[in-house]
Ligand binder design. Structure first.
Ligand code: SDX
Length: 431
């Protein structure tokens, strides 16, 4: 990239260095420190990367203060209300909204990759029945490297394309089968006559013994959840996929690493943790006790589903999901569900509390997605697998952008070393 607009001056050990300042199309200027160590012999220090751009990208832009999220320039609220998940997948992977014919071709390709190699069924049977579906997803997606050898060469454009299609297409089947296996029901195979979201719901909730009617409002809500979780700039799991891919590892292994990272309760595991927290709170009258715990610096308890590393305004995805949650709850006649009542009361109280206002802690995407998934009928253990299924296209898009970037090199952060200086070995009889 060559868009340095001006320089930043840094004085270290009585010498001043000119550091190029790169101008983005959106967002803050970026100081290019790539030559800092070789020229000044110093590192920068930024654990958690709160002030560090690890790459350049053209896929997703977030403005945390404005509560803005764009995918290839299109606002998330427009995509969530006017588009559908597979069209957003095309936008993220190829950088543009498809023509009608290109969309039809993309949908047909994805539809024809939804089945798993039949021998992979044995993988599911190797897990304990009570295995967490995320454990199964990490294992099965990693194992795809052992079944799809013809799409693991990252230097072959065609193989990259096939691996991308396979991952987008097969993730619903893997997530649904992980669920079926955990409840002891037979696997339901993909149906090519169903749209992506309906096919996933069918594989999760249909049984061979009877016809499964898919409620169009629920499949629309499912598709909207998939759109809203599809990509989110350089979050922890995407950064994991990028770092794993920088060593040249195959895409299946890298996406498995992303799934493992997403599982954490501070990240994608928050939707499950949020519903479990609501169950723990139990009723609205116990909310003040938990709000007090969330504020207590000596208590590690966090209000799950609230706060965000980047958003210091309402997460734009949460705004759209809140509308979907109301629609789904009204449809299902569960708006008086105690759990969901507790959620609404918690949201009301938190948004008025000075601690949350001062620290700009708003409900995030995980707060509302958990409520909708619970209402659709998913157990909490399936919430993060749904997040992983949706975010696969984000991981793939970011992976593809990185792999095809000529500047791409293996990621290798340095450290601030605070350990012992050199010392001699002590024989055991002298210790
Ligand atoms: C996702 O990165 C992404 O884009 C992630 C994601 C995506 O799409 O990929 O958006 C998905 O991961 C959403 C976040 C889901 N996580 C949760 O809901 C878990 C609960 N949230 C927290 O763990 C927390 O908010 C984080 C991890 C999300 C962010 O943590 P930070 O970076 O520490 O947040 P911060 O710097 O804004 O915190 C400011 C203050 C801190 O206190 P002080 O050090 O100033 O005293 O607010 C506190 C935090 O301790 N705080 C909370 C809180 N979140 C932050 N206090 C109580 N409850 C919370 N939820």
């Amino acid at each position: 990239m060559n868009n340095a607009a001006k320089v930043a001056k840094l004085t270290v050990h009585d010498r001043t260095y000119d550091l190029p300042v790169l101008r983005p199309t959106n967002g803050p200027d970026v100081i290019d420190i790539r030559k800092l160590y070789s020229e000044a012999g110093v590192f920068t220090y930024d654990p958690g990367f709160t002030s560090t751009a690890a790459c350049d990208s053209t896929i997703t832009y977030i403005d945390g203060n404005k509560g803005e999220l764009l995918h290839r320039g299109y606002p998330i609220d427009q995509l969530a209300t006017k588009s559908h998940y597979l069209e957003v997948c095309h936008l993220l992977v190829y950088g543009k909204l498809p023509s009608a014919s290109a969309l039809a071709e993309f949908k047909d390709t994805i539809t024809r990759h939804t089945m798993l190699h039949e021998q992979m069924v044995n993988f599911f049977r190797g897990f304990r029945r009570d295995a967490h579906p995320m454990a199964i997803m990490v294992g099965v997606v990693g194992a795809m490297s052992a079944f799809y050898h013809d799409s693991t060469d990252i230097n072959d454009e065609y193989q990259r394309e096939v691996a991308s299609h396979r991952l987008i297409a097969k993730m619903p089947t893997i997530a649904a089968w992980a669920y079926k296996y955990s409840i002891g029901q037979p696997f339901v195979y993909p149906s090519n006559d169903l749209d992506y979201a309906s096919n996933f719901l069918n594989m999760c909730f249909a049984v061979p013994a009877e016809k499964f009617e898919i409620n169009p409002i629920l499949s629309r809500a499912m598709d909207r959840i998939l759109i809203l979780h599809a990509d989110h700039e350089q979050n922890a799991s995407t950064s994991t996929v990028r770092l794993a891919s920088s060593s040249g590892a195959n895409p299946f292994a890298c996406v498995a690493a992303g799934i493992a990272c997403l599982w954490g309760p501070a990240h994608g595991g928050a939707n499950q943790a949020c519903l479990e927290m609501l169950k723990q709170i139990g009723s609205a009258d116990r909310i003040p006790e938990y709000i007090a715990r969330a504020k207590d610096k000596n208590d590690p308890f966090r209000l799950m589903g609230f706060g965000h590393r980047v958003y210091k305004n309402l997460d734009p995805r949460a705004k759209v999901l809140k509308e979907s949650a109301d629609e789904v709850l009204d449809l299902l006649g569960v708006s008086n569900n105690p759990l969901l009542q507790t959620a609404k009361e918690l949201e009301r109280i938190a948004l008025q509390d000075s601690y949350f206002i001062e620290k700009k802690l708003f409900p995030n995407v995980d707060f509302y997605s958990g409520i909708i998934l619970e209402a659709i009928g998913f157990p909490t253990a399936m919430f993060t697998p749904v997040f992983a299924l949706s975010r696969t296209v984000g991981w793939i898009s970011q992976w593809k952008e990185m792999i095809t970037d000529r500047q791409n090199k293996i990621g290798r952060p340095r450290q601030l070393y605070l350990g012992e200086t050199e010392r001699n070995y002590i024989e055991i009889h002298d210790r």
